[in-house]
Design a protein. Sequence first.
Length: 434
Amino acid sequence: MKFLIVTFAPTLKKEDKFYSYAPYVYEMNIWSKHIKELGVISPITYNDKLLLSSFSKKPTIFPIKAISFISIQSSIISIIKIPIICYRIYKAMQWADHIHLRCPGNIGLLGCIVQIFFPNKPKTVKYAGNWDPKSIQPLSYRFQKWIVSNTFLTKNAKVLVYGEWPNQSKNIVPFFTASYSEEELVNKKQIATPPTPRNEENKSKPESIEGDDELQEKPKSLRQAQTDNEEEQIATPPTPRNDENNSHPELVEGFADNCIHFLFVGTLTKGKQPLLSVKVVHELKKKGYNVQLNMYGEGIERIHIEQYIQQNQLSKTIILHGNASKDKVKNAYKKAHFLLFISKSEGWPKVIAEAMFWGCLPISSNVSCIPYMLGNGSRGTIVNTEIKEIVSVIEDYLKTNEKYAEQVKEAMKWSRQYTLEKFEKEIKSVLLSF
């Protein structure tokens, strides 16, 4: 089978290997196990920083120019390019036995139009954006959703979408994505809850937490609780993390011991609202909590975050790691208590599923299928963008140990259904269904 990917993600050549955006490549490497030849039609240059990974199967590249509509000048240039790009997409689709569209995106939009001329060829559409019919989205996104869900225009296709939505056409298939293997599940039940120590310079007398005196007699570190191999054990605050209690070498750079750890993982863009997470942690610090936020990712908002850190003297509280390897981020999930991810738009946010997988409880926004992922509040909390509300939610968890422990347990149980093995099995099933 000649399998063609149509995508806006750039394909970059280094020496004799081809690279692209890492999360997308991880997924396509799984698809590649079940095909004979791989083709990619995409731009082949990219000027900004990008977390890269290499394709496991060397692809045939059909290069096209990138297009952009962020300014009047770029829009005019892109409109001139479109006929040539469409012609090249058409020629690449002639080569293919199976067409795989990556949507939403500018190139995906053109692919949606060109595929109409190939009604007999099998197609899969991976719609990685928000499929919620009630959500407010750009016109181009709504147009792509309309084309691929129209069974007259898009024939012989399966459209893989995140979440289950009512009143969908017959070619819409609820789907998911995965990051971790069953082999990584050394222990499926260990849970640790966060400490609530106060900063020395801010505290007069720490607020008491029910059960705190008893637990101080037998403290258990988060790392210990996650690696015990016996029956389920739940560690409640405080959970000191000194070197004597931590026998595991995979310490995460930037994490301080004996504090409440928060994570942000994702691109540092306005849509992901990373600065909001920073302000929430700053507010907790001002209230006297010993907190730390570790941020993984790059983007144009980094400069604003750096300015905020400098202005408020938060260099030890907010740690910017930039792009990091999958293993480093995984270890960060294991170390952290909460994921703060208040994004404006998502499809299936892998960072939420990944955090849940390792017992890091998500606090997120009401977009796309996130309420479904969080069990409508049974395995994490949905919040709006009000800092006081988010801080109140976190304080409630810190004062209610049982609630935190139960929700972490439910989060892990749900997320660990979606392993790479199950993901590959479902992909194989989709390919064999044609």
